[in-house]
Design a protein around this ligand. Sequence first.
Ligand code: HEC
Length: 133
Amino acid sequence: MNRMYPFLLALLITVAGLFAGIHGSSQQSSNDLIGDADIGKVLFEEYTCDGCHGSTAENGLGTRLNPPRMRQARFIQYLRNPTNPELMPPYQQPEASDQKLADIYAFLQSLPSASPPVEEIPVLQAILEEVPK
Ligand code: HEC
């Protein structure tokens, strides 16, 4: 069993990182624009985000966006200048204004997250029990 520890530890770190990513860092900052989730919902379809990310932003070709793992400012910045523009199209001003992107962000935040808490994932619990304290 001892030989498994490095592997399990690496796996645990990966999985924990994933969850930290999913659950973390979408808190409000004081400079954030106030988004309107209802307008954001309409824009999410108008800008065809739903075509790639799914209508609940959880599936499709694109990355899962629900709940958003970026802060609002970073989200807006990313949409203007995506890492891989051939996969994820850029959305530019003036049409896609900061306010409209903030509305989409608010819509993503308003969606119920389907991610279960760590305690409710048996595989994760089993891994946690294997790791030496
Ligand atoms: C043509 C398909 C397509 C459309 C349309 C699209 N996306 Fe994407 N999006 C992607 C893909 C694919 C990625 C992953 C890109 C990568 O791996 O670099 C992505 C990545 C993202 C990310 C980064 C996610 C992360 O956690 O790294 C965000 C945020 C995002 N999209 C939001 C949106 C929003 C909001 C819209 C609509 C305004 C939209 N996308 C429209 C395909 C699309």
